[in-house]
Ligand binder design. Structure first.
Ligand code: DMJ
Length: 508
């Protein structure tokens, strides 16, 4: 076996280390606590598959037959969504559980997954029954009546359910799933800022935005990811999403992309509204130089957008790596922005553990009293508290390895495999629990690392999947054939048959 094969084997072994500990201590439970060897369910009636359904397509791709059969057997014999005791997150349940079922069905053609996906879809779609059509952030799965209204939800929670509901509509030939998800997009569309971006909070009754921060991280991230992927999902036919994506990236290029003064690191700033109340328009927007790890998904999205939407014919993948004449001026801009931004994200790994923190803040040009020797630092907001601050954590997140995977596939440049291997090696060294499972690194700048008691479900569904795919042959899940939902579940690109495309978008 060659060096790449050895690396794939090491990543598969890491997956087994995480999965086997979960099976040993918490089988069927939603979220695993690997240090206390306990777990948490999100409804009182028991687990609804957060860990198992989220991880099953990774097992399948890795060829882990025994583990796959264990997971499938639980889904066949135990999984039920008839849980009405507690409301669950509409967004998290859609991206992790519905997305996991849909991709397991796509990869295996096993109708067990589709049966559960359809059942779950009927229970989740109730969330869209609000006055505006913007989905309620929570939903009680066992009830088919109107949701309890929250006052607001986030841009990400309203605008990143569409890949899953549209594919479900296509598979089940039920256009209700499609139109409910689509309507939320047209409500968002009507409230966009003139720069193509959107504030993070939206009112459920009115379907209008509050004056709130504009950023590409928490509360917003996957909305921007899904603009491009909605366009790609339906074979580049829904051009409304290409336009929304282009306008958003123009807004990013003009307002958010920054470079540090000394090291010239590219990062994405935030826009904080000034002189406003929640209900009035801000008089100005102030730049904030804080960037969450979450934002690093955008590097890969920009590169993927450049070779599809930004190609000369507007949708087809181009050469690997793309030749300049194959891209439009916008495509060239976005390709370069994606590469530079990924380098900026990688620079935040220069910590004692080699892992990037949850939040980085960057040096600005006119700050004469800047106290650090590199152009970024971890903003330790609650440093006085008796534990490591949230900003310093590495939560087993996937965003940087997700972008590295896309960059590798679109360039074939071996530096991306080197980066992936470095990140994986740091995870192995600092987040692995010898007795089983992986924990959250409490402070990326402290060795030996202290670990916190949570194995996020996206570690097996996303982080290890993207790492594994970075070392696989490119014909495993080619980027031309599918899009990954925001939880790394592949969904095939298709020509819609359930919806006449002329109806897009539906009238508001
Ligand atoms: C995942 O659940 C998804 O990637 C989501 O879009 C953002 N947060 C986590 C991973 O960090």
């Amino acid at each position: 076996m060659g060096a790449e094969g050895d690396k794939m084997e090491a990543i598969v072994a890491a997956f087994k280390h995480a999965w086997n500990a979960y099976v040993r201590d918490a089988m069927g439970c939603d979220e695993y606590r690997p240090i206390s060897r306990t777990c948490e369910n999100f409804t009182a009636e028991g687990g609804i598959g957060y860990t198992i359904v989220d991880a099953i397509d990774t097992m399948y791709l890795m060829g882990l037959r025994t583990e796959y059969e264990t997971a499938r057997y639980w889904i066949e014999t135990e999984l039920s969504f008839n849980h009405s005791s507690s409301a669950v997150s509409t967004f998290e349940t859609t991206i992790r559980v519905l997305g996991g079922l849909l991709s397991a069905h796509y990869l295996t053609s096993d109708r067990l997954y589709l049966k559960h996906a359809e059942d779950l879809g009927h229970r989740l779609v109730v969330a869209f029954n609000t006055l505006s059509g913007i989905p309620n952030p929570t939903v009680s799965l066992g009830k088919s009546d109107e949701p309890q209204y929250s006052y607001t939800t986030s841009l990400a929670e309203a605008g990143s359910l569409q890949l899953e509901f549209k594919y479900l509509a296509e598979l089940t030939k039920n256009d209700t799933f499609w139109y409910k998800a689509e309507r939320a997009m047209s409500v968002i569309h009507n409230g966009l800022l003139s720069n193509g971006l959107a504030p993070t909070r939206i009112r459920l009754k009115q379907g209008t935005f509050q004056s709130s921060i504009v950023r590409l991280g928490s509360l917003a991230d996957s909305y921007y990811e899904y603009l491009l992927k909605q366009y790609l999902l339906t074979k580049s036919t829904e051009t409304v999403y290409q336009t929304m994506y282009n306008n958003a990236v123009d807004g990013i290029a003009e307002n958010l992309v920054q470079q540090t003064p000394e090291e010239h690191l590219t990062y994405m700033a935030e826009l904080n509204p000034q002189g406003y109340s929640l209900n009035s328009t801000p008089s100005a927007w102030n730049l904030g130089h804080r960037q969450e790890h979450l934002v690093c998904f955008l590097a890969g999205s920009l590169m993927l957008g450049a070779v599809t939407s930004g190609s000369r014919d507007g949708h087809r993948m181009v050469s690997v790596p793309p030749k300049p004449h194959e891209l439009t001026p916008r495509g060239l801009r976005d390709w370069k922005m994606g590469i530079d931004f990924l380098e900026g994200c990688m620079s935040t790994h220069s910590t004692k553990t080699g892992l990037a923190p949850e939040v980085a803040e960057f040096r600005v040009a006119d700050d004469a009293n800047y106290p650090y020797d590199k152009d970024w630092f971890i903003p330790r907001r609650d440093a006085s508290a008796n534990r490591s601050p949230y900003e310093a954590r590495y939560m087993l997140r996937p965003e940087i390895v997700e972008s590295i995977f896309i960059a590798w596939r679109l360039t074939g440049d071996s530096r991306y495999r080197d980066w992936a291997w470095n990140v994986f090696s740091s995870i192995q060294k600092h987040a692995r629990i010898p007795t089983g499972g992986y924990g959250i690194v409490a402070d990326v700048d402290q060795v030996p690392a202290e670990l916190l008691d949570k194995q996020e479900t996206f570690f097996m569904s996303e982080t290890l999947k993207y790492l594994y795919l970075t070392f696989c042959d490119a014909d495993v899940l080619p980027l031309q054939d599918s899009v990954f939902n925001t939880e790394a579940h592949p969904i095939p690109i298709f020509s819609p048959t359930v919806i006449p495309l002329a109806n897009h978008p539906p009238p508001t």
